[in-house]
Unconditional design. Structure first.
Length: 182
C-alpha cells in the first residue's frame, strides 16, 4: 500500500488548483495499525516514527553492536542539528539496544512529515557507507571461494614433509613426565 505525503500548504478546494508538491521521498516505509511509520531502508537499524507520542524510536535490525549505536547516534545528531528533535530527550529506549527522542512541536509544519523527509535525507547520506560494506563483504567471500592464481595452489603443489608440528613421531608423552625431572 503506497502512502502519499505532501509537504506544503493544506490541500486546496476542488475548484482551485492544488498546491505544488515541494518534495518527494522514496523509502521502504510501512504504516502500522495505530498510524506509526516504520522505515527499514538502513542496513543496521529500523526507524519508527510514533505519531501519537511524537517520538522517534530507533532499534537494531539484527544484532546490537558499535555499528548500530553509531548509526543511531548519527541519526539523532542529524535530527537535532536540523531542529526536529529535543536535544535532551534523546535516551535509551525500553527495547534492548534502542534509542528514542521526542519530536519538537510546530504550528507551521507537520513534524511527522518533516521527520520523514529529513530521515530520507540522512539515509541518502548514509547509503554509500552501507553499500560499500555490502560490496566489501561480497568481495571478501569471493576472495575465499574463488581465489586468484597467486593466492591459491593446486593439489600436490606443496610438498609433504616427514615431520610437521611440535609432536615428533615415536615419542610417547605422559601427562606427568615433567614433574619427575628434579
Amino acid at each position: 500500500m503506497a502512502i502519499k505525503i505532501t509537504v506544503g500548504d493544506t490541500p486546496a478546494a476542488p475548484t482551485e488548483q492544488p498546491s505544488p508538491i515541494v518534495t518527494s521521498v522514496e523509502l521502504k516505509l510501512r504504516r502500522s495499525m495505530n498510524g506509526d511509520y516504520y522505515i527499514s531502508d538502513h542496513s543496521d537499524i529500523d526507524i519508527i516514527i510514533m505519531k501519537e507520542k511524537k517520538k522517534i524510536l530507533v532499534i537494531a535490525k539484527d544484532l546490537m553492536s558499535e555499528l548500530v549505536y553509531g548509526a543511531q547516534d548519527r541519526l539523532f545528531k542529524f535530527l537535532i542539528s536540523h531542529g526536529l528533535v529535543v536535544p535532551d530527550s534523546v535516551q535509551g529506549g525500553s527495547v534492548y539496544g534502542s534509542m528514542e527522542g521526542e519530536l519538537l512541536a510546530s504550528d507551521q509544519l507537520d513534524p511527522i512529515k518533516m521527520a520523514i523527509i529529513n530521515i530520507s535525507k540522512w539515509i541518502d547520506e548514509e547509503r554509500p557507507y552501507f553499500e560499500f560494506m555490502d560490496k566489501f563483504e561480497e568481495m571478501e567471500s569471493d576472495r575465499f571461494t574463488e581465489p586468484d592464481e597467486e593466492e591459491s595452489t593446486e593439489l600436490g603443489e606443496v610438498p609433504h614433509e616427514e615431520q610437521k608440528g611440535a609432536l615428533r613421531p615415536g615419542y610417547n608423552y605422559g601427562p606427568y613426565w615433567m614433574s619427575y625431572s628434579y
